[in-house]
Each structure stands twice: as structure tokens, then as C-alpha cells.
Design a protein around this ligand. Structure first.
Ligand SMILES: [Zn+2]
Length: 260
């Protein structure tokens, strides 16, 4: 298959030479692909803004020895337009792209469920119907579940008992009083229910949650994800180390449509 078609979401871009970029894309059928977009940094480029982060594109690529070459790109959904206008959406969206990039560690290894979660998450973020932080946490929890790391939330991660009291990241999530390791955080009432609602896609419950539960949920999800990325995935796959999860500053990435 020297020439192939796929659809995907642009995760990130890097400059290459004088006028080109390497575009990292999570595709529907092929998995993560790195493709060269030749001449994309010229003002006359036929690619325009179609290969910016967050864009859902239909692609034609020519398979190369190391990098594939993107020969055509058509926009399916320009999610970035609605995401980069709002700082909370933008930071949530960047964390989603970076997490997808990390979880799809190996190139050209199909990751259909992760792709579908990412497209659904970006669409929800762009629509603005739910708080961006909740959309991000729902995506992170579901991505962890797809990767086989769903946290225990309704029963103890160690003994299966239902009287959960604390959240212990290394133990695998919620734990009961008897299994609780020293230092495990005790969540506010409703926080574990919020996490479970986000994991299941129960937006009525999630939207009705309180600020304290949301911030506690975000803290648990971020630390749980970080722990699994460091302990579970880095040891198995080749992963870049300079990954700025949730440290994205507004100036750290180019504005939508900007080249340079
Ligand atoms: Zn237990």
C-alpha cells in the first residue's frame, strides 16, 4: 500500500527544513502516523490551515521508508476554530491531544477506540455544552479504561468490598477502610460518583456536580493518569520524555492558523 487514505485528528506539528512540517495524526484505521506536509509553511500552500492541531481531516498519504508524505488533506471538522478561542477549552484540548499522543505510543498500531474517544471529546469540547474540565476528565478516564487502566470507583480496588473510603492511586483507585494504604486521600462526598459518571458518560450527574467535587476529580484523574503513564506505559514503549501534560501555556503552542 504505497498510497493510502484514512481520516484522523491532527495531534501536533513540527517544523521540518525550510518550508515543510511533520504532522502527527491519530488516524481511524492506521493508528498514529507521522507524515510530511511539503511546502505547508509557504503562504501559497494548498494545505492552508487544514493540518493544524485539533482538525479532523480526511487524508491521502504516500507511504515512505521512514516518514509518509501527505499528498491530500480535506477538512472534515475544524474543531480547533471553536476550541482555541476559549482558554479553558484550549488547555483541555491540548491535554487531550497530548494524552492521545502518549497512549498511542507506537506508530501505525491501530487504536480505533482511542480515535473515537478523541473525536467525540473534541466535538463535545467545541460544542461547549459542558465545562471543559469535565470533558477533559471524561476523555482521560475513558482513555485509561480503553488502555486497560480504568480506576476502581464503586468497589475496593484490592478486596472488592463496596464500602469505599479513600482513593489510592498505586492501589488502582477507590479502596475500603481495611485496605486503605497510609496517605491515601479521602474524597469529598460525591467525588467518586462524579468520576464514575464521567467514565460512563452520565452527563446529567456530571453537570450537576459541585465545584469542590470537580476540582478533586481533576486532581485524582491527572495524578492517576500520570502514574500509569510513568509506571505502565513508559516501560513498555518508546515515549518522548518532554511531555507537558497540563502545563501548556497559551504561548507554548502556535495560535490556530499561525505558521512560523
Ligand atoms: Zn478493600
Amino acid at each position: 500500500m504505497s498510497l493510502y487514505r484514512d481520516e484522523g485528528v491532527v495531534l501536533r506539528t513540527q517544523k521540518l527544513g525550510e518550508a515543510d512540517r511533520i504532522i502527527t495524526i491519530l488516524t481511524k484505521r492506521t493508528g498514529k502516523v507521522r507524515g510530511v506536509a511539503k511546502g505547508i509553511r509557504r503562504t501559497t500552500s494548498r494545505f492552508g490551515a487544514r493540518l493544524e492541531p485539533f482538525t479532523h481531516v480526511d487524508l491521502q498519504l504516500h507511504a515512505g521508508r521512514s516518514l509518509d508524505v501527505i499528498t491530500q488533506a480535506e477538512t472534515l471538522h475544524p474543531y480547533g476554530q471553536a476550541i482555541v478561542r476559549d482558554y479553558a477549552r484550549y488547555t483541555a484540548g491540548m491535554a487531550m491531544l497530548e494524552t492521545a499522543d502518549r497512549l498511542a505510543a507506537a506508530e501505525k498500531e491501530p487504536a480505533l477506540r482511542l480515535f473515537l474517544l478523541l473525536v467525540g471529546g473534541l466535538r463535545t469540547l467545541a460544542e461547549g455544552a459542558h465545562e471543559p474540565r469535565l470533558v477533559l476528565d471524561a476523555f482521560l478516564l475513558r482513555s485509561l479504561a480503553v488502555a486497560g487502566y480504568a480506576p476502581a470507583l464503586t468497589a475496593c480496588a484490592r478486596c472488592g468490598g463496596e464500602a469505599v473510603q479513600a482513593f489510592a492511586i498505586a492501589a488502582g483507585g477507590a479502596v475500603c477502610g481495611a485496605c486503605r494504604p497510609p496517605g491515601a486521600a479521602v474524597p469529598a462526598p460525591g467525588t467518586l460518583e462524579l468520576m464514575n459518571a464521567l467514565l460512563r458518560g452520565d452527563w446529567a450527574t456530571a453537570d450537576g456536580s459541585e465545584p469542590r467535587q470537580r476540582s478533586e476529580c481533576s486532581g485524582f484523574v491527572a495524578r492517576y493518569l500520570q502514574w500509569h503513564l510513568e509506571h505502565g506505559i513508559r516501560s513498555l514503549r518508546h515515549v518522548e520524555r518532554d511531555w507537558p501534560l497540563r502545563r501548556a501555556e497559551p504561548d507554548a503552542a502556535p495560535a490556530y492558523g499561525a505558521h512560523g
